[in-house]
Write a protein that binds this ligand. Structure first.
Ligand code: HEM
Ligand code: HEM
Length: 163
């Protein structure tokens, strides 16, 4: 497949939508955390709207991630800028695939914990959210390095559709 000149409008919208939806998952997880720990002790916790919010937003994130993977398979992605050293290209690719994999596994482990009542899955879920934060940090640092040090104008790729 020949590489496209950039991302489509839909792909860009999905990228930023997922980035925004991740925020409440980190800021508003006390409801589900409390309910889960109470359930693990065999108690019933107070019902909170934050529980369905966490579950549905998480499932929506997985659906949008799968949609993006379908778009990637259908349209391809633009090649990384030539200015970038091969080792950095490898890090960028690993980070992108790592983000996809970790997001999917977070939703699966969250579902196993919540719907399956599995304590260990809750632990895996928590650990993966830390890995996600590290990958997001690496991703953002990489984007800023490209933009301001290598001056490749990479941020424009996730702003201006070219497909
Ligand atoms: C917070 C959650 C985020 C996730 C999960 C995420 C994930 C990804 C992934 C997987 C890609 C690869 C292209 C694709 O398949 O869509 C990508 C590309 C990109 N992201 Fe993010 N991103 C996030 C936030 C951000 C932020 C905050 C910035 C800005 C600093 C940013 C800037 C970019 C840019 C410029 C690209 C294009 C890179 C290229 O074409 O080589 N992302 N992102
Ligand atoms: C990308 C989507 C998701 C993200 C980013 C996310 C993030 C988080 C975070 C940051 C916590 C708090 C961890 C801590 O206390 O250190 C948490 C807890 C939890 N989440 Fe999620 N979550 C997502 C999806 C889901 C889904 C879809 C479910 C259920 C179907 C779920 C179920 C849970 C449960 C049960 C807890 C409590 C775990 C425990 O206390 O051991 N999460 N989540």
């Amino acid at each position: 497949m020949t590489s496209p000149a950039g991302y489509s409008r839909l792909h860009i919208i999905l990228h930023w939508l997922v980035a925004v939806l991740i925020i409440p998952q980190f800021l508003l997880n006390d409801g589900i955390g409390g309910a889960f720990r109470a359930a693990m002790r065999g108690e019933t916790a107070e019902t909170s709207l934050l529980v369905p919010q966490h579950v549905f937003t998480g499932i929506a994130i997985l659906a949008l991630v799968i949609w993006r993977l379908v778009l990637r398979a259908k349209n391809g992605v633009p090649p990384l800028p030539e200015e970038e050293a091969p080792a950095l290209k490898l890090v960028a690719n690993l980070t992108h695939w790592g983000l996809y994999a970790v997001l999917a596994l977070i939703v699966v482990s969250g579902g196993m914990a919540w719907f399956g009542g599995l304590g260990f899955a809750g632990g895996v879920h928590e650990a993966l959210t830390t890995v996600l934060l590290i990958l997001i940090g690496l991703h953002v640092l990489g984007a800023l390095y490209q933009q301001f040090v290598l001056k490749t104008n990479i941020l424009d790729r996730m702003r201006t559709p070219r497909l």
